[in-house]
Design a protein around this ligand. Sequence first.
Ligand SMILES: Nc1ncnc2c1ncn2[C@@H]1O[C@H](COP(=O)(O)OP(=O)(O)OP(=O)(O)O)[C@@H](O)[C@H]1O
Ligand SMILES: [Mg+2]
Length: 441
Amino acid sequence: MNKFVGKIKSSIFTKLLLVIIMTGIIVIALIGGFLKYYTHKMKPPFQKNAIHYTNYIIREIGTPPDTIKALEISQDLSLQIRFESPDFKWTTNEKLISFKNFDEKNSYENENIKIDFDEGVYYLTLQQDIGRYLFAFDFRESAASSELLSVFLIFLLTLVFTAAYLLIKRILKQINLLNEGVKQVAGGNLKYQVAVTNPDELGKLSESFNSMTRRIGEMIRSKERLLLDVSHELRSPLTRIKVALEFVEESQSKESVKEDISDVEKMITEILETERLNSDHGKLILTKTNVLELIKEVCRDLQNKHPGIKPASVPESVFLNIDRDRIKTVLKNVLENSLKYSKPESLPMEISINDKEKSLVIIIKDNGFGIAEEELPFIFEPFYRVDKSRSKETGGYGLGMSLCKKIMEAHGGSIEIKSELNAGTTVYLKFTRYINYAAHS
Ligand SMILES: Nc1ncnc2c1ncn2[C@@H]1O[C@H](COP(=O)(O)OP(=O)(O)OP(=O)(O)O)[C@@H](O)[C@H]1O
Ligand SMILES: [Mg+2]
């Protein structure tokens, strides 16, 4: 029941359908009620007319009836007649109900005139001086056709509701398309355009949504362009500063300037490298590489940094067809992060490999600061850094992870991160195996 209510609450489609069904039921009930009231109101004048009418017939056929005339009238008007007096009994149809049965079924105060409507036949008995008449007006034929009419009506109603159902579904299709568009754009696909099926309000909303995403895409692209241009322009002055710095006397401040310059250089390399991966001339240079060797190489470079790296219990060699330098960049950034964002008392980080038939996952686990859950979705955004003040000491510009993601995706793999604040972070570098098969071919 709760599930049903929940479904109604969460679906405009179901709500609209319910409104239409309820409106239909109310309209039908109102029309039915009105008709019932109307026929009820019509009953007394109709009865008066019926009595009057039968009196005319009696006058025409006489009492006792002129049977030939009575038979003629009976056939003409689809009317059955029974007459009974102490010395004359006559009827147009032997099957017509007898006075005895009729009186047993109906008890009325007025003995002279008795009226009954039973199964489509309208009965009326009139007491005359020398006998008693029973008239039966047969409405069964028209009653049968009215039954047919109600079946037809139900069929028509079903048809109308089905048409309404399909029409609402069609009108609301645009909402589903729009919903998919919002999901795609939220997932970062700014190139997605919602298909517009109708020029109505929802169609217009979808068009506005499309032009909004186009505009945002253009804005982001021009910002990226600016960033790339600035990075390019900064390279030569930086080289000149580095050359000039070599002629300066050794001092504390010279060292610190050198460190700053190397930081900025790293940032520029990361920005340009990310862009290169998007362009044609920056495609991967795949070689069959022993991933274990590569990990060891990176670990060697970071050997002396706190809290250290626990020797990995991994197989001797695992080969993958990868761009060696770029995967080295990924490993370096992830390992550096784990070392940078660790506490003085943190345990050494661990590296393990999950080697499966279809995939290979390198798992890097640390016991450092960890990342709050709400920050996790933004880690792969360029220039995103969690704790600005803490990050100041560690250096870096928040570009490492975004570059790692680009490189892993270019390899047909993925990078995932799980983290718990103050407990530690685990990074999963996932490679799909078909690249490995390509290495052996
Ligand atoms: N292992 C980790 N433990 C805790 N925080 C992490 C870890 N890895 C990444 N982070 C957080 O994610 C942010 C982004 O990481 P990223 O590698 O992109 O940038 P960075 O290391 O700050 O700078 P860069 O890599 O450009 O030198 C970091 O600033 C840090 O706050
Ligand atoms: Mg980093």
